[in-house]
Design a protein around this ligand. Structure first.
Ligand code: PLP
Length: 431
């Protein structure tokens, strides 16, 4: 055994620098979190060496007695974490990521060229919910299926369920996908179920962003109404990078085999057993009172930050939040999301540019997305969050100054102005 630092100092150096970046700065990316050291340990474990195509008890390789135990343990914990009755629900814990989980779920539920409806990407939906542009089919979910997006209301930023119902009547989807990457409000699963039933469509929830909050009982429960529920495990759930697919096995007799076959062999090869080990650890933690308190604190912190920004007169989509994220509409200030993201990066605050309701392009979006999962994992509470919110307020004011000083709308001129701004240097020091 030669330690990494000795064997490959270049990689070790990058690990060290990334560690410093993650902990010296303020991480506000809504899709990220800081996983537990125990999950990191499991993720780096010797399970990475093992091939185990198939399912527990039915593998294509020998030597899987411990992998089988591990996968069964992970499945059991997954159902427990979401209070899913094992007589009604099953779970596949093998998806490599949220994207592959979604594609496997579509593969199981519908046929090539069947119709699906998901929340549009510029409205907060994810790429894998059928995203395409006027010029191009971008996601495999729009290449292999016919997709028609639903939207949020341009004036309020809330999902337009009435329009979805009307369009579903015309489009007749075989599947409706709910769940989002940038939607600050909870979901009306009951209404979605009614809409889906009206067209005989499956209802699939991709709860990737909010699954930690769902596990804690701090959001509406998609398991009550949906046929299939997918999630990533690395966002609010605070685990390794992977995906899960939950399926109702009491409704259609072959749902279990359809989902399992869609994951392997249709979409994937051998499971990443080291990741499954880390998911199992994560789910054990998700089932504790400490995690439930954490999830509630994430929402409180997001609401504290949203209120601060709203009280300062900034425009937030839907005027606030009910989950872990905030969508900040910068268009009334004449700023783009790219500029504010760039300035924040230079000050050690990590956020991402994001489309807000009414944006025509996802490439030059008019807002930024803020997520509170990481800062809450670092035990930040109200006073800390107010301080971070005041940094963001300053960052936006500095961006306005830099835009004026740049004398043009170009990003390069803006970056040059930010680089010579003493205000930004001072902000970076305080961060
Ligand atoms: N689903 C949603 C709602 C997401 O926000 C994301 C990623 O951010 C994904 C799926 C894809 O997950 P992954 O990046 O693990 O493929």
């Amino acid at each position: 055994y030669v330690p990494l630092a000795q064997l490959d100092p270049e990689v070790q150096e990058l690990v060290d620098r990334e560690t410093w970046r993650q902990f010296s700065g303020l991480e506000l990316i809504a899709s990220e979190n800081l996983t537990s050291l125990a999950a990191l340990e499991a993720n780096g474990s010797i399970f990475t060496n093992k091939y185990s195509e198939g399912l527990p008890g039915a593998r294509y390789y020998g030597g899987n007695e411990y992998v089988d135990e591990l996968e069964i343990l992970c499945q059991k914990r997954a159902l427990e974490a979401f209070s899913a009755d094992p007589t009604k629900w099953g779970v596949n814990v093998q998806p490599y990521s949220g994207s592959t989980a979604n594609f496997a779920a579509f593969t199981a539920l519908i046929n090539p060229q069947d119709r699906l409806m998901g929340l549009g990407l510029p409205d907060g939906g994810h790429l894998t919910h059928g995203y395409y542009t006027a010029k191009k089919k971008i996601s495999a979910s729009s290449i292999y299926f016919q997709s028609f997006p639903y939207q949020v209301k341009k004036d309020t930023g809330y999902i337009d369920y009435d329009l979805l119902a009307a369009n579903a009547k015309l489009f007749k989807p075989r599947a409706i996908v709910c769940g989002a990457s940038a939607y600050p409000r909870d979901w009306d699963y009951k209404r979605l179920r009614q809409i889906a039933d009206g067209e005989g469509a499956y209802l699939l929830c991709d709860m990737a962003h909010i699954s930690g909050l769902v596990a804690a009982g701090a959001q509406n429960n998609p398991f009550e109404y949906c046929d299939v529920v997918t999630t990533t495990t690395h966002k609010t759930l605070r685990g390794p990078r992977a995906g899960l697919i939950f399926f109702r096995k009491d409704k259609e007799a072959d749902m279990e085999s359809r989902i399992n076959n869609a994951v392997f062999p249709a979409c994937q090869g051998g499971p990443h057993n080291h990741t499954i080990a880390a998911i199992a650890v994560t789910l054990k933690l998700a089932n504790t009172p400490e995690f439930k308190a954490y999830a509630r604190a994430v929402i409180e912190n997001a609401q504290t930050m949203a209120k601060f920004l709203h009280d300062k007169g900034y425009k937030l989509q839907t005027d606030g939040t009910e989950n872990h994220l905030i969508l900040w509409d910068l268009r009334p200030l004449g700023l783009t999301g790219s500029k504010v993201e760039k300035l924040c990066d230079m000050a050690g605050i990590t956020i991402n540019k994001n489309a807000v309701a009414g944006d025509v392009s996802a490439q030059t979006p008019g807002g930024v997305r803020l997520g509170l999962a990481c800062l809450t994992s670092r035990s930040m509470h109200k006073d800390d969050i107010l301080r971070v919110a005041s940094f963001l307020d300053r960052a936006v004011q500095l961006a306005l100054d830099a835009q004026k000083a740049a004398g043009s709308k170009k990003l390069v001129d803006f970056v040059a102005a930010v680089s010579s701004s003493p205000g930004v240097t001072q902000l970076a020091k305080e961060v």
